[in-house]
Design a protein around this ligand. Structure first.
Ligand code: AMP
Length: 221
């Protein structure tokens, strides 16, 4: 099964995707994580991507599509994948369709997460992530605090704040989302595989609640 997580930054795509990865036994691939790993390792790709990420802009399509194409050529995706943070432009979506078509596959489900902007800003500036690339557990100082301050409950590594989780950058990322990524809602609506879910404390639904609902829907199919 090929699932895409769509939604503005901070809506909970990563949280939902990591729960789905476990429950459905499919691979969670996050382009943001791939870029951050490369930045940490100071690779050529990392150095190229860093300036766009810090400014809240998108990494250019040609670079991003190549990264995803290479990743999808690895054998561990045979059971299925959840793409988190890709595609983010119509061109990326079109190229993804072509890449999958060549493999005899297609996008099965697109999960579109929607959260009010002010809640997104509050959530992202309070987000902390595990610095261990293999773990990547996500915390929130308001909603999901670690048991020991600054330390990951799962693996004991240090928690860090992403450089692009400042209020100013998040506002730019939201603008980028509405200008370049939100047209994908219509793109996938036309393909007939879009499933929209509200993620908001105002309706008592956070990422983990939505993930449970999605698993039920997918298992009943
Ligand atoms: P994320 O972790 O998904 O919030 O991504 C962090 C940053 O990585 C984004 O703000 C972009 O700068 C970059 N990025 C991640 N995925 C993509 C993509 N599909 N296209 C372009 N840039 C991306």
């Amino acid at each position: 099964m090929i699932i895409i997580m769509l939604g503005a930054p901070g809506t909970g795509k990563g949280t939902v995707a990591s729960i789905l990865q476990e429950k459905l036994n499919i691979k969670h691939i996050a382009t943001g994580d791939i870029f951050r790993k490369n930045i940490k390792e100071k690779t050529e790709l990392g150095m190229l991507a860093e300036k766009y990420i810090i400014d809240g802009d998108l990494v250019p399509d040609d670079i991003t599509i190549k990264v995803v194409e290479d990743r999808l050529n690895k054998p561990d995706i045979e059971n299925g994948i959840i793409l988190d943070g890709f595609p983010r432009t119509v061109r990326q979506a079109q190229e993804l369709d072509i890449i999958l078509q060549k493999k005899g596959k297609k996008v099965d489900r697109v999960i579109n997460l929607v959260t009010p902007d002010e809640e997104i800003i509050e959530r992202t500036i309070n987000r902390r992530v595990c610095s261990n690339q293999e773990c990547r557990e996500v915390y929130n100082l308001l909603l999901k605090r670690p048991k020991i301050e600054g330390i990951c409950d799962v693996c004991g590594s240090k928690l860090i704040k992403r450089k692009d989780d400042t209020e100013e950058t998040v506002r730019t990322r939201l603008k980028t989302y509405f200008e370049q990524t939100s047209p994908l809602v219509e793109y996938y609506e036309k393909q007939g595989n879009l499933m929209t879910q509200q993620v908001s404390k105002s309706i008592n639904k956070l990422g983990k609640d939505v993930a449970e609902d999605i698993v039920k829907i997918l298992n009943n199919k």
